[in-house]
Design a protein around this ligand. Structure first.
Ligand code: PXL
Length: 283
């Protein structure tokens, strides 16, 4: 068969999102949940994997193959194919080098009309992940400056702002935090998954606007991969130009539906969200 001549074809007639995250075989997080969400919502998903894991790191044992030294070669092939992306969505980055690769990728592929979502996966429950060094924190602060939208959880919001963690911030504190994060450069900020009694709150802020709290009923506990599902929905909606608060409400309600189903099915929280049961409702 004749060799395909990539330079003679246009591969950009359909909207594409470049998804930069790990591929975890079991535990429903990162690419394993984001790719089906992005596809279901009607956008082509192109994966740049950062690592391959047997299962995620919350289990007591896992196998991981780091792909840092493969990423630039992978990107080079995309360059040869002249791919362009309507969206870039980034997740867990395991080293300074991976942050640098993603930063260069955004500089090259993040055109004016490209929606760049940076999920600054850095920590949880008030603490930075063990792998997260202070220098990585600094590099992440620089990376979020290049984003159209960032989706930190409360822990990550405090890490980015360089402030000590507070478990129960007031609405006023949350709103000024969102404002501070906007000043780091991203056009929009959503501080995600804040438990407030019977409600789950997200603080939304757009540059030049005022912060808004978007709340949905809080069903069940926190689940692995919920943040990844959330960022995938917001990434597609960002590409489509859906208003931020509508998109946050959609993502939160979808996660709520999946959590309810997980409880019905008695699925351990570390096994993530049974998105397969509810994906057909997502658009
Ligand atoms: O969604 C969070 C996540 C993503 N990727 C890996 C993880 C986790 C959470 O533990 O271990 C490999």
């Amino acid at each position: 068969m004749a060799t395909i001549q990539p330079t003679h074809m246009n591969h950009n007639n359909q909207s594409k999102i470049a998804l930069i995250n790990d591929l975890t075989g079991f535990g429903r997080c990162s690419v394993s949940v984001q790719m089906p969400v992005i596809s279901q919502m009607g956008v082509q998903c192109c994966v740049l994997p950062t690592a391959v894991l047997s299962n995620h790191t919350q289990y007591s044992s896992y196998h991981m193959l780091d792909l840092t030294d493969q990423m630039r070669a992978h990107i080079n092939e995309w360059r040869k194919l002249k791919l362009s992306f309507k969206g870039i969505c980034t997740g867990f980055l395991g080293s300074e080098e991976q942050i640098a690769i993603v930063s260069d990728f955004i500089d090259e592929f993040g055109s004016q009309d490209c929606h760049i979502l940076v999920d600054p996966v850095m920590g949880d429950y008030g603490r930075a992940y063990a792998t997260y060094t202070p220098t990585m924190c600094k590099r992440m602060v620089e990376l979020v400056g290049k984003a159209s939208l960032i989706t930190p959880n409360l822990t990550e919001a405090y890490l980015l702002a360089g402030k000590p963690y507070c478990e129960n911030p007031s609405q006023q504190q949350l709103e000024s935090m969102a404002q501070e994060l906007c000043e780091l450069g991203p056009k929009r900020v959503v501080i995600t998954g804040i438990e407030r009694g019977t409600q789950m709150a997200n603080v939304c802020m757009e540059q030049g606007g005022v912060p808004h709290l978007v709340t949905t009923p809080f069903v069940g506990g926190q689940r692995t991969g919920a943040g990844d599902v959330f960022s995938a929905v917001l990434s597609v909606d960002g590409v489509k130009g859906v208003p931020l608060e509508e998109s946050v409400l959609k993502a939160s309600n979808f996660i709520g539906e999946c959590v309810t189903r997980a409880v019905e099915m008695d699925i351990p929280s570390c096994d993530g969200l049974p998105i397969e049961e509810k994906l057909c409702n997502l658009r």
